[in-house]
Write a protein that binds this ligand. Structure first.
Ligand code: ATP
Length: 343
């Protein structure tokens, strides 16, 4: 769907040449939610803006739906852009126009007749959950509602790709989640390809299938979100993963602490990989075996491709039953470490 080949972007500044994007190769599949994360200045916005021709690469090629975005101009570029919607951190709405008029704007530019326009606007208002707010002005809306208008406007011409430039960075955590849920729904309902840039790992964790980590204009790491979370390679990636999961191995400290707190019984450390947490393994384990088990500490993260993490259980019961229970968990694919028999 999107092919970025050997793309470099240099800017001429008064302090000389600045390398913003450095020889990037990326291939983004149709229907995928692809995240690009990096700190300020990493080159994310420049890369995103090259995807709809707002910037031209200095070297390399960019194709979206088989159209070479970096070479086409004029009408051809305008037509190609109708297939690529974009939303922005600060919404970029027209303040003197109502919600309906904002959403209708790209349809007017595309020459869609008024009756079709009105119908499409109403569909979009429903799709983004803004029913009843069509006649409001942007100044009368909350941040989340403004971004919903931005999304409706970006979808007006039925694009194949939606580019999201820090779309939730100006929103509070709860509103961020509701906008991310909306993006996820749109991706599933319409099969839309979504490319988003962010500096928040939470955003990547919640909705992306794959992620590229950018640093100094280069892609430092690339992979399925769950693989990157489980096994970050580069220091920059580890820093991002730490925003949402503590990747330091603090098991020993945890164990010492738990042993003091629970002098009787046993402490088991359960490690879950991928989607196994979603299976009712723990419920079955407690139902089937005559053991007492309490979750005393845990850090399980849900990503788009499954969950992973660790749980510390305090268990007690007859040794033979405990052994059976342990075997059951291991057979279900849960890694169990008996940290020590403390009684
Ligand atoms: N039009 C421009 N002219 C000159 N330099 C630019 C221009 N646009 C971006 N840059 C520079 O290119 C580098 C990459 O910027 P870019 O905005 O792509 O990074 P970013 O990762 O999106 O960061 P941020 O989140 O702060 O926007 C920065 O050093 C920036 O100052």
């Amino acid at each position: 769907m999107i092919e970025i080949k050997k793309v470099t972007k240099r800017f001429n500044t008064k302090n000389g040449e600045l390398l913003a994007v450095d020889n990037v190769d990326l291939s983004i599949q149709s229907g995928e939610i692809f995240g690009i994360i990096g700190y300020s200045g990493a080159g994310k916005s420049t890369l995103l803006r090259m995807l709809n021709g707002l910037e031209k690469p200095t070297e390399g090629t960019i194709s979206v739906s088989d159209k070479l975005i970096n070479t086409i101009k004029g009408t051809k570029l305008r037509e190609a852009r109708q297939e690529i919607g974009m939303i922005f951190q600060h919404f970029n709405l027209l303040w003197s126009r109502t919600v309906e008029e904002n959403i209708a704007f790209p349809l007017e530019i595309a020459g869609v007749p008024k009756s079709q326009r009105d119908k499409r606007v109403q569909e979009l208002i429903e799709l983004v959950g803004l029913g009843g707010r069509g006649r409001s002005y942007p100044s009368q809306l909350s941040g989340g509602q403004k971004q919903r208008v931005g999304i409706a406007r970006a979808l007006a011409n039925n694009p194949k790709v939606l580019l999201c430039d820090e779309a939730t960075s100006a929103l509070d955590p709860e509103t961020t989640d509701s906008i991310l849920d909306l993006l996820l729904n749109i991706n599933q309902q319409l099969g839309l390809t979504v490319v988003l840039i962010t500096h928040e790992m939470h955003v990547i964790k919640k909705i992306c299938h794959r992620v590229a980590v950018m640093e100094n204009g280069k892609v430092a790491e690339l992979g399925d979100v769950i693989d990157v979370f489980e096994n970050p390679q580069k220091e920059v990636t580890k820093r991002f993963v730490r925003q949402v999961v503590d990747v330091e191995d603090d098991s020993l400290e945890t164990f010492t602490h738990l042993k003091e707190k629970y002098p009787e019984g046993h402490i088991w450390k359960l490690t879950f990989k991928r989607s196994i947490v979603e299976q009712p393994v723990l419920t079955d384990f407690i139902r089937q075996f005559d053991v007492t088990a309490n979750i005393v500490q845990g850090n399980v993260s849900q990503t788009k491709n499954g969950a992973f993490g660790e749980l510390f259980l305090h268990v007690s019961g007859v040794n033979s039953v405990l052994n059976e229970a342990l075997t059951y968990l291991q057979e279900k694919g849960v890694q169990v470490e008996v940290m020590s028999d403390v009684n």
